[in-house]
Design a protein around this ligand. Structure first.
Ligand SMILES: O=C(O)CCC(=O)C(=O)O
Ligand SMILES: [Fe+2]
Length: 306
């Protein structure tokens, strides 16, 4: 698993063609095995997903650029008491990053967000964000099913599926200024159950291996990075107790990662669909958003005191 070409380690790449996506077939089973191995060894994998076309990519990123190009006073109209839900500018932990998060995929939420920023409406943004979330959430459900089937706990999949929340996170990373060597977001593990990222073709995202090496993710028009978050570990612990399941091999791993932009790069735009299990996740997020809480350890463990 995971090609090691020359001295440059690479993230595992898994093809999701139509044949691989047909449940019960040999292709489905072998793809499922690669998914689990990727999540156990690297905590993530690159999904080559040809059904996500370059046209779909260009449409959504065109809208994303327009969103971040809005004047700051307009961007600040979106306020929220929930951590990370309002516009994030230059905060100590996110120096190079501007971002929003939205609850998805609910038409009413996206419409009210759109109308706040574009009072005359912006159908392209609204429909594009909803279509993107729908497509990626369908893909996520397939990945989740593959994992639960592979671990022989498919029964749990149905109950888990009914208690899932999606958040769409919209991100832009600026390039370093003259007096900065580079521009980075802090090293962290994700607090979600799973995160699926889709980006413009600007490098910068790096994932740390269990051996301590950093591997660069190279985004492409039709690929996603699928990453396990801390809550995935939590859920699998609960499943193993409920089903008295002893995992035969490894365990899902939630990897450390960071974004590092160098001079001469272009701004990086990124869309992340964050999948949350609706246990006390907002409490966990609130805990994690405090400046005093370290970002590079499994927050679920610290939060729940285990
Ligand atoms: O946008 C990226 O490349 C990474 C985003 C990320 O790590 C996050 O949203 O947790
Ligand atoms: Fe992350």
């Amino acid at each position: 698993m995971g090609s090691q070409s020359g001295s440059f380690p690479e993230l595992p790449v898994i093809e999701f063609s139509l044949e691989n996506r047909n449940p019960g077939t040999d292709m489905w089973i072998s793809t499922s095995k690669r998914v689990v191995l990727g999540l156990e060894e690297y905590g993530c994998f690159v999904a080559a997903y040809p059904s996500f076309t370059s046209q779909a990519h260009n449409e959504i990123f065109h809208e994303l650029e327009a969103l971040f190009d809005l004047p700051t006073e307009i961007k600040l109209r979106n306020t929220s008491k929930k951590p990370y839900f309002a516009y994030v500018g230059n905060t100590p932990s996110f120096l190079c990053m501007r971002s929003w998060a939205l609850i998805m995929p609910r038409q009413s939420k996206v419409s009210s967000f759109t109308n706040l920023l574009w009072p005359a409406g912006n159908e392209w943004f609204c429909n594009g964000a909803l279509a993107f979330s729908k497509k990626v959430s369908e893909f996520e459900q397939m990945v989740k099913r593959m994992v639960f089937e592979s671990y022989r706990v498919k029964k749990y999949y149905d109950s888990h599926f009914t208690s899932t929340d999606y958040l769409l996170r919209l991100m832009k990373y600026r390039v370093p200024e003259m007096n900065e060597t580079n521009c980075s977001c802090h090293v962290h593990t994700d607090k979600s159950f799973m995160t699926i990222l889709h980006q413009n073709q600007v490098d910068g995202l790096e994932v740390k291996t269990k051996d301590g090496d950093w591997i660069a993710f190279e985004p492409s028009l039709s690929s996603f990075l699928v990453m396990a978050g801390d809550a995935f570990l939590e859920v699998m612990e609960n499943v193993s107790m409920a089903f008295e399941q002893v995992w035969s091999n490894g365990r899902i791993h939630s990897p450390l990662h960071q974004v590092l932009l160098k001079k001469k790069q272009s701004p990086k735009y990124s869309l992340g669909l964050l999948i949350f299990h609706t246990f006390d996740h907002y409490g966990l997020l609130r805990y994690f958003s405090q400046d005093s809480v370290p970002k590079d350890v499994c927050s679920a463990k610290a939060y729940y005191g285990v």
